[in-house]
Design a protein around this ligand. Structure first.
Ligand code: PMP
Length: 437
């Protein structure tokens, strides 16, 4: 029994199976979205007597909601070790919006600089940098981990022109955690800053941005509430105060300005300047409550438990016939609870559909918004990738991914492994059955 289960909403939902029966849903797709903590939903109900828009009114309720909203910045900064005398917390919709916003904000500061992204990024930490900066990609080693050798080489090659290293804290494909403080020191040593995409890191391991005076500090950190047991629609962008003090915001309108005439604009100081429109107070309260919960459960304890689930699954997967694992399946150090795999001879969508329709087990399959990384893991050329994605009759390249949350159990993993063995042993049957629709 996992005592964390009682903390999560919707955990007992029954879903229909292909044979007409119902089973309790198993969610192994936490890297996409985690279900919310019950405490988060209760907090939103508790807020209902005070429901009023932030920064918009003189009424008591509006004043109160504004106070909660502003106080949230401090507790979020504390959770990730940001120093709120040095860092600004900006509220956004999600990680994707945070990185787009940052890529616009930095345009005036970096001018013609180089941004180093990596070959293992989610598209959200790759595409926003393209067409605005010269972008280059840090290579991977043979196991699919980031090559610090290549980072060193590229920092030297660009000789002071690299302004930013934009790197994921943990990959949403392999779960590999990057040594962000080591990367930060290397970047700072060459006059560059570092952005950590924390979407897969912050919900699973302790994160410490450190003071800007520390050589291994993290300049920018972004993450999404919906991947950390809060609902959809709120996310966080944290960065040095001075970055947001200069220039004009990318999204303008109400809330961003102190003074407007038809020929003059005075922007609000940050973070308000960056938060156009009526703020999402419920989303922000949800993040604060989920962080409080995570803190009280202990990020170290969560990390250790999820690691043991990952280790158990990797060991069990090795006994599944025809299994294909990616990266180094023996290396569970520096890894969050994400495992990609395939079964030789079966398309990934058939495996995922069979797991759902015969076991009520939700996984994700495909390229997980990280096509260049999946392409590397599958060893597929650019040309083949393009042909296979453009032609609907060819099988799409991809993987199956399981990703755990703190409430998953060994028993759920046993059910998954047992069904996966059945699918694998009867590959021919599943190929015919699911290909026929
Ligand atoms: N980065 C990583 C590593 C992710 O896993 C995701 C979500 N899959 C994102 C960015 C984008 O997050 P969101 O969809 O919440 O903007």
């Amino acid at each position: 029994y996992n005592h964390y289960k009682a903390l999560i909403a919707g955990i007992d939902t029954k879903v229909p199976l292909l044979n007409g029966s119902y089973t309790t849903a198993i969610n192994f797709d936490n890297a996409a979205t985690t279900p919310p903590f019950l405490a988060v939903l209760e907090e939103l109900m508790d807020f209902s007597p005070w429901y009023a828009s932030v920064h918009r009114g003189a009424g008591y309720k509006s004043q109160f909601s504004s106070k909660l909203y502003e106080e949230a910045r401090e507790s979020i900064a504390n959770f990730v070790g940001a120093d709120s005398s040095e860092h600004t917390v900006v509220f956004v919709k999600n990680t994707t919006e945070a990185i787009n916003k940052l890529s616009n904000r930095l345009l005036e500061i970096y001018k013609d600089g180089v941004v180093l992204s990596t070959c293992m990024e989610h598209h959200s930490n790759d595409l926003p940098w393209r067409n605005k900066y010269k972008v280059d990609y840090i290579e991977l080693d043979k196991d699919g981990r980031l090559s610090l050798e290549d980072l060193k080489k590229k920092l030297q090659h660009y000789d002071g022109k690299v302004k930013l290293v934009a790197v994921t804290g943990a990959s949403n494909v392999t779960g590999y955690i990057n040594p962000i403080h080591e990367i930060a020191e290397m970047a700072h040593g060459h006059g560059a800053e570092i952005l950590v995409d924390g979407a897969q890191l912050v919900p699973h391991t302790p994160v410490d941005m450190k003071s800007l005076k520390d050589p291994g500090h993290i300049d920018y950190l972004v993450f999404s509430g919906h991947k950390m047991y809060a609902p959809f629609g709120s996310g966080v962008l944290i960065g040095p105060k001075k970055t947001f003090q200069q220039g004009s915001p990318d999204c303008v309108g109400g809330g961003t300005v102190e003074l407007v005439t038809h020929d003059y604009i005075k922007w609000q100081p940050p973070p308000s300047k960056e938060e156009a429109g009526t703020p999402n107070i419920m989303g922000v309260l949800a993040i604060v409550t989920s962080l409080k919960m995570l803190k009280s459960l202990g990020m170290e304890a969560i990390d250790a438990y999820e690691k043991s689930l990952t280790q158990y699954t990797l060991e069990s997967l090795k006994n599944v016939p025809h299994i294909q694992l990616y990266g180094n399946p023996h290396d569970i150090k520096d890894r969050v609870s994400i495992i990609p795999f395939n079964i030789e001879g079966l398309p990934h969508d058939i495996i995922a559909n069979a797991l759902s329709q015969e076991g009520g087990i939700a996984v994700r399959n495909g390229c997980f918004c990280a096509q260049p990384y999946v392409q590397r893991l599958l060893n597929v050329s650019n040309q083949e990738m393009q042909q296979r994605i453009a032609n609907p009759t060819l099988p799409h390249p991809g993987l199956v991914r399981v990703s755990f949350g703190l409430y998953n159990t060994y028993d759920e993993i046993d059910q998954f492994i047992s069904l996966l063995c059945k699918i694998s042993v009867n590959r021919k049957y599943y190929l015919e059955k699911y290909n026929d629709g």
